[in-house]
Design a protein around this ligand. Structure first.
Ligand code: COA
Length: 264
């Protein structure tokens, strides 16, 4: 890892077997994303990206109320466009998350607003508590989404639902979020953690190498035309024939035994 932080102060990291849980820990500020959270998130992701002991990541917010209530609005005050541009320099957490080599699941435990919603959208999967609330309220601040919301949200839920959320700034509940495809699963609040960990453990039990290739192929569908995407998939599929895990997976099936992945 090229960025390093000895002791993150705003993010808790715990590991259960091959699953790492990152918890943004500013519950008194609804886990709003300030510069320190973003810096620590980048450093932690750098570390986790190259950690062979980690198969999947869960991202969540501390406390009962919020996943992430957006960017820290306090930091916007008095900023010039140049100050803001510097604060938004690459690498950005949204882009790092959306191209992360391991599967990332957003465990949405409460308010999921603005940059929080954009970060959730940048993850691979979203599982929400039935109490979660979603929105892109930037319009109410005289702003527009700046963490990829105008681009990634329409790709996930379609331009119409994205437009409605972005133009009204209104919040929607978990059931509606599921209905429009903003989240893939909804769980009762008290089961959110166990259901998420079950999902994460299942994914983390697969070959990390194959997961990486699968993610890369699906992500490519967001930028490639269908013809190019299909060709890209074929190349990646055939590339899998070079891995030990493909030999193992096929052999294990034929021998009627569970596969033992090597990540090679
Ligand atoms: N940035 C900075 N601080 C935030 C914040 C944000 N995005 N969201 C919440 N907070 C802070 C509040 O200022 C408050 O701090 P205080 O106790 O020091 O006054 C604390 O978190 C609790 O929030 P509060 O508004 O009192 O809770 P609530 O239950 O009444 O409302 C929300 C919760 C999430 C609906 C409300 O805080 C809100 O609308 N937040 C802003 C969301 C937003 O616009 N995000 C997009 C940013 S671009």
């Amino acid at each position: 890892p090229w960025r390093k932080i000895d002791m993150p102060e705003t993010i808790l990291k715990e590991q259960i077997d091959r699953v790492v849980i990152l918890t943004i820990n500013r519950p008194d500020k609804m886990n709003a994303l300030n510069q320190q959270v973003r810096d620590e998130m980048l450093a932690l992701l750098d570390e986790i990206a190259v950690d062979d002991g980690v198969g999947a990541v869960v991202l969540t917010g501390a406390g009962e109320k919020a996943f992430i209530a957006g960017a820290d609005i306090g930091e916007f005050e008095g900023r010039s466009p140049f100050d803001q541009r510097y604060a938004m320099r690459s690498p950005r957490i949204f882009d790092v998350m959306s191209s992360f080599p391991k599967p990332v699941i957003a465990m949405i435990n409460g308010f999921c607003l603005g940059g929080g919603c954009e970060l959730a959208i940048s993850c691979d999967l979203r599982i929400a508590s039935d109490k979660a609330r979603f929105g892109q309220p930037e319009i109410n601040l005289g702003l527009i989404p700046g963490g990829g919301g105008t681009q990634r949200l329409p790709r996930l839920v379609g331009p119409g639902h994205a437009m409605r959320m972005i133009l009204t700034g209104d919040m929607i509940g978990a059931a509606e979020a599921k209905e429009i495809g903003l989240v893939e699963m909804v769980a009762p609040a008290e089961e959110l953690r166990s259901q998420t960990l079950e999902l994460a453990a299942k994914i983390a039990s697969k070959s990390p190498l194959t997961l990486k290739v699968a993610k890369q192929a699906v992500r490519a569908s967001q930028r490639l035309a269908i013809e190019e995407g299909i060709l890209y998939e074929r190349d990646l599929f055939c590339l899998c024939f070079s891995t030990e895990d493909k030999q193992e997976g096929v052999a294990a099936f034929l021998e009627k035994r569970p596969a033992e992945w090597k990540g090679r």
